[in-house]
Each structure stands twice: as C-alpha cells, then as structure tokens.
Write a protein that binds this ligand. Structure first.
Ligand code: HEC
Length: 476
C-alpha cells in the first residue's frame, strides 16, 4: 500500500477524518496508552498488534464476548431438537421396529442427540464469531497510513475512532500525544480512485464470456443431429487394447484369440488326479465295481435281497450301474421298509478306508481349525448339526430348511473316511463343495478331526489302550 496524501486536485473537499492513530514500539507502551484512553471514557477504540497482547481487552475496556453463551444456547437447542425429532419420528409418527428396540427415546437416540448438539454449537460459534466481529471487512481507513503496514511486523497501534460519542479531534490528539507515541497520525479517508484498472475489467469480462462456451456447445449439440460417434471427453476404459472371444488376432500364428490350454499346466479346479489322495476312492478298482463303466455317480443302490445296507463295494458292484438301477426300482420300497438305506447313501465307490495322512497332533489341529472355520457354522462345534446357521434358519421356521447332518448318526459314523472326504470335496445334497477353500490335505485333516469328534461321543472300552483301562472309573 503506497503512502497516501490527500490529492490537491479539482475537488476542493478535504478527505474525511476517521479518528487518530498512535504508534508504539512495544506492547507495554501500548497497554499504558490504552488504559489511559479507556480511563478517559473512550469506548470506540481498537488496537493492532503483530501478536496477541495479553490484557489488551481489559486495557481497552472490551467487554467479554457473549459467544460462549450463544454457543451454549445453540447446543441446548440442538439437543432438544434431536430428542424431540427422534421421539416424534420413532415413537409417534412412524412406529417401525428396528432391531427390536423399544419406540421413542432409547440409548440409541444418544448419537443423534450428540451430533445435533455439536452441529448447532459449531455453526453458532463459527457464524457468531464472524457476525460479532462484523466480518468480513474488506477495508479499514487505517490502511491509508503507510506506517500501519508494520502492524503485522513489529509495531503496535492504538486507534481512537471518531464515531465515539465523546470524540473531540483536539482533545483526543492531546490525550494521545501525552502517551509518547512514536508517531501520531489522523486516520483519513482513502481517496485513491476506486475504479478497477482497465486490464482487470477486460480480463474478467473475457473469462466470463469464455465460461459460456461449454454451455453453448452443449446447447448446440442438444439442438442438432449428427451421425458421428459421440465425443469422448473421458476415455475411461472404452478403448482398450483387448480382444473379445472369437475375434481374430495377428499375435498368434493360428490367428485365434482363444488359446488352448498350455501344455503341462492345470486350470483351477480341473485337476484330474487319478490318486485316492485327491478322490477319496481308488480309481483303479472302479472298473471292477461298475462293470467297466465310467459312471461315478450311481443313484441309490438298494441292497440285494438279504444283504445289509452297507454292503461291501465289491458285492454291490456285481452288476453294471445302469441295469442295477433299473432292476432296483421295484425293490426300493421293500428296502426302505427294512429301514435301509438312508437318504444320501447313494454314492457307491471304492472308498478308501485308511486316512492317507498321519494322525499327528499337527494334522489334528489343522483339522480342528478348518472344521471350526468352515463346518461348525452348520454342523456345530461338536458336529451335532446344531450350528448357528441351523439355529437361525430353524428359528425363522422356514419349512424347507434341511438340517445339517449330525456327524454322530450311525450312517455317517460307519462311512469310510474316503466318503467323508468326497462329501467335502464334491458337496452332498444341499451341502456345497468345499474344494475351493480347503486343499486336499486340509480336507483329510478335517476328516481326521470328524473321526476324532465321532470317537469322542461314541467310544467303547475297546478303544482305550489296554494299559490305560485300569484308570477308567466304573460308571455309576
Ligand atoms: C451351509 C451349511 C453347511 C456347511 C458349512 C457344511 N455342511 Fe455338511 N451338510 C450340510 C447339510 C444341509 C447336509 C445334509 C445334505 C443333504 O443330505 O442334502 C450336510 C451333510 C454333511 C455330511 C453327511 C453326508 C452324507 O453322506 O449324508 C457330512 C459328512 C458333512 N456334511 C460334513 C461337512 C464338513 C466336514 C463340512 C466342513 C468342511 C461341512 N459339512 C460343512 C450343511 C453344511
């Protein structure tokens, strides 16, 4: 800001005076002067300092702000608004059950009440501060004095406004000179021309006009028709270097985009390992069982007359799958009447009967972890088929819920380990496959754990090692 002198130009009117401004070198002088001015009864005063000066409010006689009181009132209003609103909405106007909560005011109303209290308070303190300080103030007559620039640097200014009701030009000047200021100037009206420089006006005008261009372009496009593809302002991923199925390509000699399987690799889920470890049954015995047919999924094979339900595979496989099925149909009701076979017992494969992994503590822990992660939700931690999912579905009383099978029913207890492995791998009835989340080894570990669970509920004296039997207590 350049030093301003009243212009001795055509207009003879002298600039208006707004009061006196005294300059001090340190805050102590300022405080002394401010107290003196205050004690003389002036109230329309102000101080400008490079840093906050303690006690300046009191020295200038500024009353404490009412802002805290305003904020308190606003906060209270917010609290009442929130409580009233929630009581009305949820307790009277729209009684809607949410998570079984009672209607009206509950502890759940606290967050909203808290938030509105804070919201109202924050807005009041922000807007109240601005209003009480009469902000925004774009200009102040004190700016006309070039010395005033140092108010943000190392000088302290005291300003007595001419609007004060006791203001008298001469007596204020006398009072202030009595405080030994470094300088004492009358604050004068800014008489620099207020019109904006031409360059700025022209630039602003140009910018405004340029800002209309996009709107005009859009208007023009809406009003006209075109056969051209639409204008791509944002490309997003519309144009990618990619090929779609069945398109030709120049990258490969055979010009095919869809590539055959790479030799020596196996796609996910397509592992066709002919090993009991991956299957749960012995594929080499399969042909003997199903008469050489590669039909793995044989429907329920009811036992032949006089045979027990869990007949040895070799016996059951006496006939090829298809004829067995046909022949069996009439026999089925009779078999059912005899109490066998149970549903789900339909798969008849040369199951392996011995776990392909060791019953080590490590494997047992692995199986326990995986069982409790993936199976217990339905089958329950102890395997009784009473997991959380089951309880929830049961509580909903949906008629079509099929309870998860208990691991402790006779049928599952008698299943060979390979069959349980197969159930986990392929799923069974309503139960989905867990092959994608459990590796074959983890599946075997789960089978090991299921076996342990079964034993824990159904052990006989024979299961206890002979040398430990003495420790058993007789049943009461
Ligand atoms: C989403 C619930 C659910 C989960 C999780 C689940 N099961 Fe099942 N399971 C069932 C249901 C339901 C059945 C009965 C299926 C049927 O007969 O249609 C069943 C049946 C079974 C059977 C008996 C199969 C037969 O031969 O009848 C076994 C064994 C079994 N599950 C083991 C497991 C194991 C081990 C896991 C963990 C890897 C597991 N389940 C995870 C729901 C589940």
């Amino acid at each position: 800001m350049s030093e301003h002198k009243p212009r001795k130009s055509s207009e003879p009117k002298p600039p208006r005076a707004f009061g006196w401004m005294a300059e001090y070198a340190d805050e102590h002088d300022l405080l002394v002067a401010a107290r003196k001015v205050r004690d003389s009864g002036y109230t329309k005063t102000d101080a400008f300092t490079p840093f906050p000066v303690h006690g300046i409010d009191e020295a200038l006689g500024i009353k404490p702000t009412i802002l805290p009181f305003m904020v308190l009132c606003a906060g209270f209003t917010g609290l009442c608004t929130a409580l009233l609103m929630q009581w009305w909405m949820n307790g009277v106007d729209y009684k809607y059950i949410i998570s079984a909560k009672p209607f009206g005011l509950t502890p759940a109303s606290i967050p909203v009440a808290f938030e509105l209290t804070i919201l109202f308070s924050a807005f009041t303190s922000f807007l109240g501060m601005i209003a009480l300080n009469q902000l925004p103030k774009f200009s102040n007559p004190v700016f006309t004095n070039a010395r005033f620039d140092r108010a943000t640097d190392d000088r302290f200014f005291l300003y007595v406004n001419a609007a004060d009701k006791y203001y008298n030009r001469e007596s204020v000047k006398e009072l202030l000179s009595g405080t030994h200021p470094d300088s004492l100037d009358e604050v004068l009206e800014d008489t620099t021309p207020s019109a904006l420089p031409r360059g700025i006006v022209l630039t602003a005008l140009l910018l405004v006009l340029a800002g209309l261009i996009p709107a005009m372009v859009i208007l023009n496009m809406r009003a006209s028709f075109s056969d051209l593809p639409r204008l791509h302002v944002f490309f997003d991923m519309d144009f990618q270097p990619k090929k779609k199925a069945q398109q030709p390509t120049t990258i490969f000699a055979d010009a095919r985009v869809m590539r055959p399987q790479v030799k020596g690799t196996v796609a996910r889920g397509q592992l066709d390992e002919q090993d009991p470890f991956y299957l749960g049954y012995d594929p080499s015995k399969l042909s003997a069982m199903n008469g050489g047919q590669s039909v793995f999924y044989v429907a329920t094979q009811p036992p032949q007359d006089g045979q027990p339900a869990d007949a040895k595979p070799a016996d059951a496989a006496a006939a090829p799958a298809e004829p067995a099925q046909k022949d069996a149909t009439p026999a089925a009701p009779a078999a059912q009447a005899a109490g066998t076979p149970a549903p789900g017992a339909g798969l008849n494969l040369p199951w392996i009967d011995k776990l392909p992994i060791e019953a080590t503590e490590e494997n047992m822990k692995l199986g326990k972890t995986k069982f409790e992660t993936f199976c217990s939700t339905c089958h329950g931690y102890a395997g009784y088929g009473d997991g959380l999912v089951h309880k929830r579905a049961d509580a909903l009383a949906q008629g079509y819920w099929l309870p998860p099978t208990s691991m402790h029913i006779d049928r599952v207890r008698k299943q060979p380990v390979g069959q349980i492995f197969h159930t986990i791998t392929k799923g069974q009835g309503k139960m989905a496959s867990y092959a994608t989340v459990l590796t074959p080894k983890e599946r075997w570990a789960v089978v090991l754990y299921v076996r342990a669970l079964q034993l824990s509920r159904n052990a006989s004296v024979e299961d206890v090692p002979v040398e430990s039997r003495a420790q058993l207590e007789p049943s009461k």
